[in-house]
Design a protein around this ligand. Structure first.
Ligand code: GLA
Length: 374
């Protein structure tokens, strides 16, 4: 089964936009392998939009890799990526052009899927720009889902229709393995919080085989790159990454992975957090109150474990609390939760009925928890 757990990897768009080349992709492949990112699960290296020539080959009608950016062609890149133990992803669109105005796959789905398979592609991000108004997007996503399967190659299908037409209700049926549920992320606190808030009611549709994609992470961008805008603080990146993990979202890195600072590297390779994201039961969390400017949630994990996250979206440090009653654990049961901080590894004790902790502005606290009798 593809996408048994949320896909993990790196995508070129957030930082590099159209400024991509074989040199860049090869450097990123080397970094993923050599820095340990692959070891913790980041397997897919995905080239986003703007990789092709502006027109199809006039005779074969096939897509052609940009002669300038990828002079040795895509098969060469795919081989390079595979030799490093990684999987290779590419991008296309259900419309006549991609969002960046390159040829789209509309009416060429089976040919393009075949071309991708011949190149050794393992992942297709499939966007939604320049779609003729007369064409139904549900049908177009199903058509590409069919075309990918017709190749006989395992190609992970990453649908990107930004949640249009309540995609969480139908996109799983098109063969998609992950689906963008919102518009594009930008590297600021309002952006990732807006995405998170918009999806809290839709997470039951996300499950093994097809996951709600909250977009590529801006973690570690610090304002650099195409979607850089103002940048975030380290606290915000901790919150963003942890929320993606609590929501079982795909973890697609979007920063310049060739230049990651040590604290960001520690965050994105934190095995305790990644285990929460990759939990094979992929249950959505229970929301335990919180207010306009906070989220408190508890996620059931396999093997009787739990994850508890408290997120302070406010501008002041403050106390947040979780009432265990709201997650089905009353005081009268005699059980409490033993909590281990996922960032420090510290056992912070056993709590019954409720847990209260000070959380700095924009920051979060995340614990792995286990039931424990008094
Ligand atoms: C859309 C997608 C982005 C990115 C760009 C490329 O905006 O949502 O993630 O792929 O297109 O042009």
């Amino acid at each position: 089964m593809l996408a048994k757990t949320p896909p993990m990897g790196f995508n070129t768009w957030n930082t590099f936009g159209s400024q991509i080349s074989d040199k860049l992709v090869m450097e990123c492949a080397d970094v993923m392998k050599d820095s340990g990112l692959l070891d913790v699960g980041y397997r897919y290296l995905v080239i986003d939009d703007c990789w092709s020539e502006k027109l199809r080959d006039p005779e074969t009608h096939r897509l052609v890799a940009s002669h300038e950016k990828f002079p040795r062609g895509m098969r060469f890149i795919a081989d390079y990526v595979h030799e490093r133990g990684l999987l290779f992803g590419i991008y296309s669109c259900d419309g006549v052009r991609t969002c960046g105005d390159y040829p789209g796959s509309f009416d060429h789905e089976f040919l393009d899927a075949q071309t991708f398979a011949e190149w050794g592609v393992d992942f297709l991000k499939y966007d939604n720009c320049y779609r003729p108004g007369s064409a139904d997007q549900k049908m177009l996503y199903a058509r590409m889902g069919m075309a990918l399967r017709a190749t006989g190659r395992d190609i992970l299908f990453s649908a990107c229709n930004w949640g249009q037409e309540e995609s969480w209700r139908w996109i799983r049926s098109t063969g998609a393995h992950m689906y963008r549920s919102t518009g594009d992320i930008f590297d600021n606190a309002e952006s990732y919080r807006g995405i998170v808030r918009s999806q809290t009611g839709h997470l039951c549709a996300s499950a093994p085989g097809c996951f709600n994609d909250l977009d590529m992470l801006t973690v570690g961008m610090f304002g650099k790159g195409l979607v850089g805008t103002t940048g975030c603080t380290g606290a915000d990146y901790r919150s963003q990454f942890s929320l993606w993990c609590m929501f079982s979202a795909p973890l697609m890195l979007g920063c310049d992975i060739r230049n990651i600072n040590p604290s960001i590297y520690a965050l994105i390779t934190n095995r305790a957090l990644i285990a929460i994201d990759q939990d094979e039961e992929a249950r959505p969390p229970i929301f335990l109150g919180g207010g306009e400017d906070s989220i408190v949630c508890l996620k059931f994990l396999k093997g009787g474990a739990y994850a508890l996250g408290l997120f302070n979206f406010g501008e002041e440090d403050r106390e947040l609390h979780a009432l265990f009653e709201d997650a089905g654990l009353p005081f009268a049961s005699g059980y409490g939760l033993r909590l281990r901080d996922v960032f420090t590894g510290e056992d912070v004790g056993r709590y019954s009925e409720y847990f209260r902790v000070k959380v700095p502005a924009h920051d979060c606290r995340v614990y792995r928890a286990a039931l424990e009798k008094a």
